[in-house]
Design a protein around this ligand. Structure first.
Ligand code: IPE
Ligand code: MG
Length: 221
């Protein structure tokens, strides 16, 4: 989700207004995903690098995250959406962590789709923490014998399928330390549309483009 700041700037508004409008796009995309029967929708809400933004923006984003989660709680339950937060949870405030835990627990049963909020996440951090966890949990022999699927179990995305499609808005053409390991064979979709303008029709357009892709996984068809 990129372009909130530029969306606000273009209207002479504060950057935070762009983030607030961006939340509406998240809602629209969740709705669209539920409608299409998409089982997993992930949103990269805040990267480890985003901690280096001005403190007032970081605080405003954290506050907005907390408010939006609470606002959507009932909708998640009604729509059988499992809510998950993945990332470096140790850097989040106690209050935010508590809300996240409560919501994750309450939505963990009887779900049809999963919404994953990547918060304080970085792909390199994920690979490193997985490596440390594997080394701590496995015998030296098992660690040496570790295979690729074995390693997947130590990433924060353990048990979650790799993404089929990754959408990046606002015209930036990079991965910015998102799911580095997990996107090995993901289809990428870039659009110039700024995140606050990315709503249901734009989401459906991305899905249509995805449907036209030919996925060969390095093989010959
Ligand atoms: C994306 O919008 C939202 C977050 C990373 C939290 P930006 O805040 O990056 O918006 P631009 O890139 O400044 O337009
Ligand atoms: Mg940006």
């Amino acid at each position: 989700m990129d372009g909130n700041g530029r969306w606000a700037k273009a209207r002479g508004l504060d950057r935070v207004k762009g983030h607030i409008e961006g939340v509406e796009s998240v809602r629209a995309c969740i709705e669209a995903a539920v409608e299409k029967g998409i089982e997993y929708l992930s949103v990269y809400a805040f990267s480890e690098e985003n901690w280096n933004r001005p403190q007032e923006e970081v605080l405003a984003l954290m506050e907005l995250m907390m408010q939006s989660m609470k606002n959507e709680f009932g909708t998640f339950l009604d729509n059988h959406v499992r809510f998950m937060v993945l990332g470096n949870r140790a850097r989040l405030s106690e209050g935010l962590n508590r809300t996240i835990d409560e919501m994750m627990e309450a939505t963990s049963r009887d779900y049809r789709s999963t919404l994953i909020l990547f918060l304080s996440y970085s792909g390199k951090w994920d690979i490193l923490q997985a490596m440390k966890k594997a080394q701590a949990q496995l015998s030296p022999e098992a660690f040496q014998a570790m295979d690729l699927p074995d390693f997947d179990r130590f990433l924060v995305t353990a048990g979650i399928p790799d993404p089929d499609l990754l959408i990046r808005t606002s015209g930036e053409l990079r991965i910015s330390n998102y799911l580095l390991w997990q996107t090995a064979y993901t289809e990428f979709y870039f659009t110039d549309i700024l995140w606050p303008d990315f709503r249901k029709p734009q989401f459906f357009e991305a899905l249509e483009e995805y449907a036209r892709r030919d996925r060969r996984y390095g093989k010959v068809k």
